[in-house]
Design a protein around this ligand. Structure first.
Ligand code: AHR
Length: 505
């Protein structure tokens, strides 16, 4: 059996876990909003038409922040179309996904949904077909208390209190030639700077996210950030990074290595942003907002050009496998390992479109395999991320040297609880992991779970929702100041350790 070790010691800390790292993303795309989040005629719908069954699953998922309304969609969006009496809202062409947008759901409905779901909104403004003026007007509509045209309109539309949106994305993937209103880095950097400057005049408390690279394979990766941030460094707080792992054409072992690429991408973006900061002699350091990340079977998606002008159509409703859940777990581990710089992250998306939650129109809602690593981590990763210094056998992938073990841990000083998150990337062998507990004498195992399947390609459906779920792992022991746990091949594992004095699990 392969073996690996790591150390759990509160002296070695990365940074506190920012709850915003458990964000997600709702875009007007496919069935994410319509028949996903929102469906007036659904038996569980509330008075605004939001599905209660989906809302319950979102709460269980533990999402903390939700980005809206896109994505590529935002780059052609007129936010004013989505406010006021619903029956008077215009139907528009959505150029990003070649769909008809009915505007039944807009900013006020989304804010009401965020309150019900107890999540923080993260808004994106359109810097594709629109600019500074429309962005500051939207901010005034959302955050100004009243006594001006836009804020009074919000009040008249049924929201007397400001929506108080703190986090704003200055556009979406403006580096991508597919983006409506795509710009060069210099053009975008300037626009982000002037828009950020004006937005802070409306509300100085906003946190602004500049568009970074839409992926590592785009030719402008890192040079985009260097040029953009040279223009807008002082006006923004975070730089975005998007990361989708497409399993197409990869062996299972290669797919499981996706976290290695994200790890390197985060490091590269931090280095690039810090280089700009150093050149500007700035004492500020920017955060990284990984505000779209997931496994995405993108190569199955026929491309925007092939789409027709339908109102509600299924797009990228990927069926996630047990192996995909393990990759999602590994990407979560990577995000946490960079807790000192990754201040927010959004699993893209939330419902139906590349999502942990799926729905039938008029029918059931269910948890995909990828729901579970996210829900467990959001619930249990508390306190500070520890630097655990794993030692493990490696294997070669196109991303380079890849450790079989991917792991991190969090320590909650208040409760004394330790949460160990671990992935075994081996496709055929279990891995015996031994964690040094020397700084936590007397800690005992409260729970140990494993998500794995004899068939890594197994999926959950509405009829077989419990096929791939975390199950108790009996192969865990604590002795001589060490916890030892056997991780099955292709598995996601969570071990929770608590002080001996704590009762229950
Ligand atoms: O999440 C799906 C799409 O992926 C988003 O609209 C876009 O920003 C990214 O390319």
């Amino acid at each position: 059996m392969n073996t690996a070790t790591l150390v759990l010691d509160p002296a070695f800390r990365v940074a506190p876990v920012d709850p915003r790292v458990f964000g997600s993303f709702v875009e007007h795309m496919g069935r994410c909003v319509y028949t996903g989040l929102h469906e007036h005629d659904h038996p569980s719908a509330d008075e605004r038409g939001f599905r209660g069954d989906v809302l319950e699953l979102v709460r269980e998922l533990g999402a903390t922040m939700v980005r809206y309304p896109g994505g590529n969609f935002v780059s052609g969006y007129r936010w004013e179309d989505g406010i006021g009496p619903v029956d008077q809202r215009p139907r528009r062409l959505d150029l990003a996904w070649r769909a008809i947008e009915p505007n039944t759901v807009g900013v006020d409905e989304f804010m009401a949904w965020c309150r019900s779901a107890d999540v923080e909104p993260m808004m994106a403004v359109n810097l594709g077909t629109r600019g500074t003026k429309e962005a500051v007007e939207l901010l005034e509509y959302c955050n100004h208390p009243g006594g001006t045209a836009w804020s009074d309109l919000r009040r008249a539309n049924g929201s007397p209190d400001p929506h108080d949106v703190r986090v704003w994305c200055l556009g979406n993937e403006m580096d991508g030639p597919w983006q409506i209103g795509h710009k060069t880095a210099a053009e975008y950097g300037r626009l982000a700077a002037v828009t950020g400057h004006a937005m802070r005049r409306v509300d100085p408390r906003v946190e602004l996210v500049a568009c970074g690279s839409s992926g590592t394979s785009i030719p402008t990766f890192a040079s985009w950030e260097a040029t953009v941030l040279a223009e807008c460094y002082d006006q923004v707080d975070h730089v975005a990074l998007h990361h989708y792992a497409d399993p197409a054409g990869l062996s299972l072992g290669e797919h499981l290595a996706a976290g290695v690429e994200l790890d390197r991408a985060i490091g590269d973006i931090v280095a690039t942003a810090d280089h700009v900061g150093a050149r500007l002699k700035s004492r500020r350091r920017l955060g990284v907002a990984v505000d779209e990340w997931n496994v995405w079977y993108y190569s199955k998606f026929a491309g925007e050009e092939s789409l027709d002008w339908a109102e509600t159509k299924s797009l990228s409703e990927d069926d996630y496998t047990a192996a995909d859940a393990v990759v999602v777990g590994s990407l979560l581990i990577t995000l946490l390992r960079h807790a000192d710089r990754v201040r927010m992250a959004c699993l893209a998306q939330l419902v139906n479109v590349i999502a942990p939650i799926r729905t039938e129109p008029g029918g059931r809602a269910w948890r995909q395999t990828t729901f579970h690593p996210f829900a467990q981590t959001a619930a249990l990763a508390r306190g500070e991320v520890l630097r655990v210094e794993p030692r493990s056998p490696h294997y070669d992938t196109r991303f380079g040297d890849t450790p079989l073990l991917d792991a991190t841990a969090t320590y909650d000083e208040e409760s004394g609880a330790l949460t160990l998150l671990a992935v075994n990337r081996s496709t055929d062998e279990p891995l015996e992991l031994t964690a040094e507990l020397r700084a936590f004498p007397g800690h005992r195992v409260a729970t140990a779970t494993t998500l794995a399947s004899p068939d890594p390609g197994a999926t959950n459906t509405a009829d077989t929702e419990d096929r791939v779920v975390p199950r108790d792992n009996p192969q865990v022991t604590v002795a001589d100041g060490r916890v030892t746990v056997v991780l099955p091949p292709v598995s996601w594992n969570v071990v929770r350790l608590v002080p001996a004095s704590e009762q229950g699990g």
